[in-house]
Ligand binder design. Structure first.
Ligand code: OFO
Length: 163
């Protein structure tokens, strides 16, 4: 019974990774339209990474004989008004992912489900890195104050380090 609760949350995490992949793809399209070449690549790569995160959970659930359930009715409904705004939304989303991973880790430890806890360790460490990159980009973007010319320079010179 406890295992069901943990698995339900793990399945939710799978769908959150799926949602995030779509969100980052949408962000890459927005960057493309704004001619932000590196930001576009950054979010395309991120979108692909999130699919890998989803598939990793998918495979794990299958390995423990659980059939994953994918929520295909994901609606994004998000507006972006600047590159800073895009990165802030990505950062907020990663914080949500971290909270969810921590929550599942907590309950798996509480109910002594060590296999799931062990599986989640990779995600715990990954989130530290993801949040750090996004926070660094946001802190640097704030200096550019949404000036279109400077944002293009930022995209060319700074973001190339992260793709
Ligand atoms: Fe998979 O959440 Fe970002 O990395």
């Amino acid at each position: 019974m406890f295992e069901n609760k943990i698995i339900k949350n793990l399945n939710n995490q799978l769908n959150l990774e799926y949602f995030t992949s779509k969100l980052y793809l949408e962000m890459s399209f927005w960057c493309d339209i704004k001619n932000l070449k590196n930001a576009n690549i950054f979010f395309q790569n991120s979108s692909n990474d999130e699919l890998k995160h989803m598939n990793k959970i998918f495979k794990f659930l299958c390995d423990i004989n659980v059939l994953p359930i994918i929520n295909s009715n994901i609606s994004l409904n998000i507006n972006f008004n600047s590159l800073l705004n895009v990165f802030k939304k990505a950062y907020i989303n990663e914080k949500k992912i971290t909270r969810n991973i921590n929550y599942i880790s907590n309950i798996s430890l509480k109910y002594k489900n060590y296999k799931i806890f062990h599986f989640l360790k990779w995600y715990i460490l990954k989130q530290i890195k993801e949040e750090k990159i996004l926070k660094t980009i946001i802190d640097n973007l704030i200096f550019f104050n949404n000036n279109q010319k400077d944002i293009l320079i930022f995209d060319n010179l700074f973001l190339s380090k992260y793709i």
